[in-house]
Design a protein around this ligand. Sequence first.
Ligand SMILES: Cc1cc2nc3c(=O)[nH]c(=O)nc-3n(C[C@H](O)[C@H](O)[C@H](O)COP(=O)(O)O)c2cc1C
Length: 98
Amino acid sequence: MSKVELYYFSGTGNSLHVAKELQKRIPETNLIPMVSLINNDVVETRGETIGFVFPIHFTTVPMIVKSLISKLDLKSAKYIFAIATRQGTPCSTAFTKN
Ligand SMILES: Cc1cc2nc3c(=O)[nH]c(=O)nc-3n(C[C@H](O)[C@H](O)[C@H](O)COP(=O)(O)O)c2cc1C
């Protein structure tokens, strides 16, 4: 089991860059593209630490990210974090599973 799972979504590459830089610094990190999971009904995490990296779209969390969050089974998770990249407008990045 990978200790750290980092789920990322990136349109132009900025969030992917951040995810890769994190992977270099955090041992045993598995990068998982959110787009690879869009057809899953449930996404069962396997890491103890679960991270999300994604861009802000239209001052909030992109739909694909909200969709993934709603499908997550986070039983494996002991620590969860999220990083949002953005251009600079004020944003709301609060999200909940339901
Ligand atoms: C459709 C779209 C909407 C965006 N909306 C915002 C926004 O509301 N506020 C902001 O600060 N940046 C906004 N951005 C800029 C992105 O959040 C920023 O460039 C981000 O780093 C892109 O990440 P990515 O390269 O991983 O896709 C938007 C970009 C796109 C493509």
